[in-house]
Design a protein around this ligand. Structure first.
Ligand SMILES: Cc1cc2nc3c(=O)[nH]c(=O)nc-3n(C[C@H](O)[C@H](O)[C@H](O)COP(=O)(O)OP(=O)(O)OC[C@H]3O[C@@H](n4cnc5c(N)ncnc54)[C@H](O)[C@@H]3O)c2cc1C
Length: 459
């Protein structure tokens, strides 16, 4: 079956010589197969690298007519490695990474395969910025369209809330501009309706950036975490400016486990930002503080080593309203037991400000102020992954023993283990009150489920 599919595919490609083709017998196949989660055993039918929206359109039409299932890959950072699937064609969008900033500097149109750092660095040259994740190698569209918690979230909001327009290759293989219904689905629903070949997003003036890491003495990580969060909660009640985004992180550096925060101040008033650096630093026993006036390219260069570029294992996630003393004790005690692998880590993202308010133009499921726990149960070697996965499950379990009224019923799609196929309980957890709406949008825009191998699978 695979041989005849490849023969037919090669026949199709004779008319499309610009599309790069990597079949299983190619020496480039092993590298093409590499996604962030290298534990994924799946061997795709082949890899195709379209160079334009027209190429994507031709591929979708061909795959549909030949009955070949396909996946979309951009940055390859889906936590379960879902951009490669056994025997399915992988359409790799990495060639689509253009950036065009509008003349009024209020928006930018960017290619569907661009990475976070490529976008951030290009925008910086133009004196503008947009919400982005902290890790440079994550695909921008895959990050933004499922939600997109990141370094500027408190100030400008989620990635999904920046989306103004998009060009898609739809289920008929046509290149179309997204209408309002489709845009609503893309803001939280990701790539379930088609291949996003470009996306138009809001950008904001950013002349200076004050950013870096504040690391605390983590000998007694449990109490450092508890004490930091007790004080941070008090600060929240007093009021923290939206220009400040604080992402807590606990990971294993060469000298050992460290807990601290990534500090990003994107306001114009740098002196105020520096005062906030002092306030956040005062919430724990600082051992290192790299917060300084910097640039987006430098910020990304500094973050490049934060997370290893491949892993085995899986991720867990939960959303909580507040880091109550009870929750802080549960997480803090778990941190003391965190395996020492460089990919095992915990990150706490916060959503507050405008994106935390209910929105009618999006299907993103969690619209209230909250902390999103990113619990990475991954390891650098297959043999030890189970320890990290057990630890991640333990963190979730410990938090679930705390006041249930503080735990939200919805979760973040990009970090939630989706399992096999489509389960209505999973869709309800991701999309909450928008579940029926996204299913209706899927029926409207992709009734034949041409885009079936998506994150998540809707049918
Ligand atoms: C190390 C690491 C750090 C992370 N940090 C954060 C973080 O700080 N905040 C956060 O919110 N998330 C974070 N994530 C999650 C990440 O945002 C999602 O996994 C995201 O979907 C990855 O996109 P990608 O293009 O890199 O992945 P891929 O595996 O290439 O794509 C994932 C899926 O997204 C869809 N997709 C991607 N691009 C397109 C497109 N152009 N058209 C149609 N469908 C598309 C496809 O269904 C595809 O299978 C992180 C993940 C990792 C591994």
């Amino acid at each position: 079956m695979a041989d005849s599919q490849l023969a037919a595919l090669e026949f199709f490609l004779q008319d499309h010589p610009e599309i790069t083709y990597v079949p299983p017998f190619s020496p480039y196949y092993p590298a093409a197969r590499k996604v962030w989660n290298v534990g994924r055993p799946d061997r795709p039918l082949a890899f195709l690298y379209p160079q334009s929206a027209e190429d994507v359109s031709a591929i979708v039409r061909y795959a549909k007519s030949a009955g070949i299932k396909f996946t979309i890959r951009a940055g390859g950072h889906n936590l379960e490695g879902r951009s490669i699937v056994e025997n399915a064609l992988t359409v790799d969008l990495r060639a689509l990474r253009s950036v065009h900033v509008a003349a009024d500097h209020q928006s930018a149109t960017v290619g569907g395969g661009i990475l976070a750092s490529e976008l951030g660095n290009e925008l910086w040259k133009e004196g503008v910025a947009t919400p982005l994740g902290a890790i440079p190698s994550v695909g921008y569209v895959g990050w933004a369209t499922y939600g997109g918690y990141g370094s500027f979230s408190s100030n400008w909001g989620l990635g999904a809330d920046q989306i103004l327009g998009a060009t898609l290759v739809n289920a008929d293989g046509d290149i179309v501009k997204a209408d309002e219904g489709l845009l609503k689905g893309l803001r939280g629903g990701g790539g379930v309706f088609g291949v996003i070949v470009d996306i138009t997003i809001k950008v904001y003036p950013l002349k200076s950036l004050l950013a870096g890491a504040i690391m605390f003495n983590s000998q007694d990580v449990t109490n450092t975490f508890i004490d930091f969060n007790a004080e941070y909660e008090k600060l929240q009640d007093e009021g923290i400016p939206l220009e400040l985004t604080v992402q807590q992180i606990c990971f294993n550096a060469p000298p050992g486990r460290v807990y601290g925060v990534i500090f990003v101040w994107s306001g114009d008033d740098l002196e105020e930002g520096k005062r906030w650096n002092e306030r956040i630093s005062s919430l724990g026993p600082v051992v290192m503080n790299t917060v300084a006036v910097t640039t987006v390219p430098e910020y990304y260069a500094g973050n490049a080593g934060l997370v290893p570029n491949s892993a085995y294992g899986s991720t867990r996630t939960l959303n909580i309203r507040r880091t109550t003393p009870e929750v802080a004790r549960a997480i803090g005690s778990s941190l003391a037991k965190m395996p020492s692998d460089p990919v095992t880590m915990l990150s706490v993202h916060q959503l507050r400000g405008p994106s935390a308010a209910p929105k009618e133009n999006s299907v993103f499921g969690t619209r209230e102020p909250h902390f999103m726990l990113e619990i990475i149960g991954c390891a650098t070697a297959q043999e030890v992954r189970e320890f990290s996965e057990e630890w991640a499950a333990h963190v979730v379990n410990a938090v679930q023993q705390t006041d249930s009224a503080n735990i939200l019923s919805t979760v973040y799609a990009s970090l939630y283990p989706l399992g096999k196929g489509c389960q209505s309980s999973t869709l309800n957890k991701i999309f909450g009150s928008h579940t029926q709406e996204i299913l209706a949008l899927k029926d409207r825009y992709d009734p034949e489920n041409v885009f079936s191998l998506t994150v998540p699978e809707l049918k």
